[in-house]
Design a protein around this ligand. Sequence first.
Ligand SMILES: CC(C)(COP(=O)(O)OP(=O)(O)OC[C@H]1O[C@@H](n2cnc3c(N)ncnc32)[C@H](O)[C@@H]1OP(=O)(O)O)[C@@H](O)C(=O)NCCC(=O)NCCS
Length: 294
Amino acid sequence: MRQATEADFPFVDEMLGLAANNPAMGIGYPGGSFEDMQKELSEIDKTISNSILIIENNNRAIGIIGIYDAPWGLYLIGPIFAPQHHSSKNIAEVIPTFLNSGNFADKTVIVDAKEGNAAMVDVLETLGFEHTYSGASMRLNIGQCAPKSATTGVSKISLEHKAQLERVCEIFDAYLPPWRSGGMNYMEELLEGGAFAATVSEGGSIVGGIVWERRGDFNELNYLCIDKEYQSKGYGRRLLDYVIEDIRSTTTPDVEHFLYLDVAQDNVAARDFYTHCGFETEYLRMVYTIKTSV
Ligand SMILES: CC(C)(COP(=O)(O)OP(=O)(O)OC[C@H]1O[C@@H](n2cnc3c(N)ncnc32)[C@H](O)[C@@H]1OP(=O)(O)O)[C@@H](O)C(=O)NCCC(=O)NCCS
């Protein structure tokens, strides 16, 4: 294994394309295109060259593996092998070698595989990784949907609206596992990093909230929750429509724009709600984690 150089970028691009288009090699986050990955990495002050390693066989590149150091853990990027080298054996060899090669002690390492990447999923349990989450990655084509509801009662809020943010966190905390909701600290971190938040109110009281991010052309819905007593009254749709309008009002209509989200696979009600609102499931993802020893 060796560090990627600029000369390897076309190969890295090819591997990411394979992972995006072929479930048998698919990784989830931060998969997708070369540009997406460059953007994601630049957010944590990394580049492809200092976070991707090239796996070689007889001095020929056969695959890639790397890291994305997210605040809540270390994501393994890949491994993604060229089709003729994508096997449980190669994956089983490269992951421990990679983890032992860096200073990853006492970290939570996260591997995000697409359902269908059987070789990867097989290996992870053998290596001691635990299956911690299954999610559906969904997306909405902004150009092809017509917002339905009036967005009355919706207000955008920012970091200075502490009380409102705390109320939104309280609503989120009732539904989401702590590692996902992250509480007020994580909410502040998100907004400091450029995310947006909005609330919906009834009679002056906040009954739901939404958080979303826009990075270049990449739009992502982080959270959407409505207080239990107020669900099924149109508030979820109102917040979603507000975000769709926000994106639509600042994008060019001749370019396709998508709003992406991730929802727990077993949250059937939310998946049905998103499908009803026009989202399509792009792929299912399986998340495995391991805590490396000190
Ligand atoms: C999922 C959630 C955000 C939906 O918000 P809501 O306010 O309850 O939904 P709305 O009343 O706005 O529904 C909007 C539309 O979706 C439809 N819908 C709502 N739930 C649905 C479901 N489970 N299946 C199919 N359609 C559904 C409604 O019938 C309505 O249709 P219409 O616009 O054609 O009349 C809300 O129920 C919630 O907060 N759930 C718990 C938290 C959660 O799981 N969040 C998502 C993961 S982060």
